[in-house]
Ligand binder design. Structure first.
Ligand code: SF4
Length: 491
């Protein structure tokens, strides 16, 4: 049977349903504590929403599959207004919509999500999430086949308590004519092919893999085939376009790319000359024994007596920035490094405000200094914190803190724009490890830190707090190691 959750997974990674249906379950990794936390938070959110509802509803969530399906059918023929936890099916489609709501002469389907219901940068560009959309489209398809769908409209109740209407027939954007229904049809067709044969999709090396239970199995596969996605930022879609003519990292490294130019364009749809040249350079570095990183553009590093290496930790489940960590260093001497942390001991917004304010004052006291961080996350979160707590400092104060003449985003301003590395991605973890740095924790990751913080909030166990601080300190120190590594090869 094709289910909503199968389509949800397929939108994130087409190979995931292939593995779930056809691979040896013994090859699965253990489910990570972070993924378990995601599930738990999702269930808690769903329960809280339904318990807080002031309108009556029929709760079928406690029944097993077949009974639920029969009770759902009975409830819909009786004309129940709102059904929670029902089950519906038609042909090879099986749906578990969180909600079925009576509208006009039929039912529309909805899901309760612990994430926001729309994605996109600014309000006028926001659009439905495709992975949510394909799920509710499957429920709508089943209702249509049963002759009880009044329209191709579904809905999401999101983390903010908002109801977002998903018009399944509407184009997904000004430039994108396809609708969610089109996306659903493509996903459904691929899911049916996958269900029939195991050889429909390929694994890829991508950021979503790290939380997937097939991580080890897929990594083994992409490494044994020297898959093109081992090249940083090449990705599944470029790989799929290229692989008819170039199928491995080694092949790309050894080819003459002029063979793939057609005038000013390349023969690969959607891949420009500059991108192809960059990917070939990266392939060459990966294939070269003992390769070193190279400089490809101008790099300006401020010469400052005081340097700060800054890293924050944020818990998206509780919408709280719980840690601002800094390594401070004098005269570029690693022996002077000292770690300073501003840690929120609870989920209380007053505590979040207090540590934000302390961290802000700390930076001000350190100035003049050069401050280094990795990617735009710190600046984005500080802008949000300022909006949340405007009496700590002004929006102009935040822009002054992140003035690029002395606040350097090492990822965007240096690594991405002006260097190339013999590594499979350009994350801080990968680059600092390449330079010989070791995290003290055996499972260092931002996701793990969020899980530890949730444990700490429940237990107040000082050992867990220590683990969080140690991990953050190592991230700050890794940023310093990366800066020094870059200084070692810039001309
Ligand atoms: S490990 Fe990656 S490629 Fe493999 S199934 Fe999971 S997300 Fe897909």
């Amino acid at each position: 049977m094709i289910t909503g959750s199968m389509l949800y997974d397929l939108v994130q990674c087409p190979h995931r349903p292939t593995m779930d249906i056809h691979a040896d379950p013994k090859k699965k990794n253990e489910i990570s504590a972070f993924v378990k936390l995601l599930w738990e938070k999702g269930n808690l959110h769903e329960t809280a929403i339904m318990e807080g509802l002031t309108i009556p509803f029929l709760d079928l969530s406690g029944h097993d599959g077949e009974t639920r399906e029969k009770l759902t059918a009975d409830a819909m023929s009786r004309g129940e207004t709102l059904i929670f936890g029902g089950r519906i099916s038609a042909g090879d489609l099986l749906g578990d919509p969180d909600l079925l709501r009576k509208e006009n002469d039929g039912y529309i389907a909805g899901d309760i999500k612990s994430g926001v219901g729309l994605e996109g940068s600014s309000e006028d560009l926001q659009k439905p999430k495709v992975h949510y959309g394909v799920q509710v489209a499957l429920y709508t398809d089943i209702l249509e086949q049963k002759g009880i769908s009044p329209s191709r409209i579904a809905f999401i109740w999101d983390v903010n308590g908002d109801e977002l209407i998903y018009d399944l027939n509407a184009p997904l954007g000004k430039r994108k004519k396809e609708s969610l229904w089109d996306e659903y049809q493509s996903a459904l067709n691929l899911a049916r092919q996958i269900a029939e044969t195991a050889n429909t999709t390929l694994p890829a090396n991508s950021s979503v893999c790290k939380l997937c239970h097939w991580y080890s199995a897929c990594q083994e596969n992409v490494r044994s085939t020297d898959d093109l996605t081992l090249i940083s930022e090449l990705g599944r879609s470029k790989r799929d376009v290229m692989m008819g003519q170039i199928s491995s990292v080694n092949q790309l490294a050894g080819c003459d790319i002029n063979d793939f130019f057609d005038g000013k364009k390349t023969v690969f749809r959607g891949i420009g000359q500059g991108t192809l040249e960059k990917m070939k350079l990266r392939a060459g570095l990966l294939c070269q024994k003992d390769a070193s990183p190279v400089q490809t553009g101008d790099i300006v590093i401020p010469n400052s007596e005081t340097e700060l290496f800054f890293d924050i930790e944020v818990d998206p489940f509780n919408d709280i920035c719980y840690l601002h960590g800094f390594t401070i260093r004098k005269n570029q001497d690693p022996a002077t490094e000292e770690y300073i942390a501003f840690f929120s001991d609870s989920l209380n917004p007053d505590e979040e405000k207090k540590v934000f304010s302390e961290a802000y004052k700390f930076i001000k006291e350190c100035q003049p200094c050069a401050m280094y961080y990795y990617s735009k996350y710190e600046r984005t979160i500080w802008r949000k914190l300022q909006e949340k707590y405007p009496d700590v400092c002004s929006a102009d104060d935040i822009e002054a803190i992140f003035d690029p003449s002395f606040a350097i985003d090492l990822y965007y301003d240096v690594v991405k724009s002006s260097t190339e590395w013999p590594t499979n991605d350009y994350s801080l973890k990968t680059l600092a490890k390449f330079l010989g740095f070791k995290w003290r924790d055996t499972e260092p990751s931002g996701a793990a830190s969020i899980e530890w913080f949730n444990q700490y909030c429940e237990t107040q166990d000082p050992a867990i707090k220590e683990r969080i601080l140690e991990y953050n300190e190592d991230d700050c120190r890794a940023t310093a190691i990366l800066l020094d590594g870059i200084k070692g090869f810039i001309k």
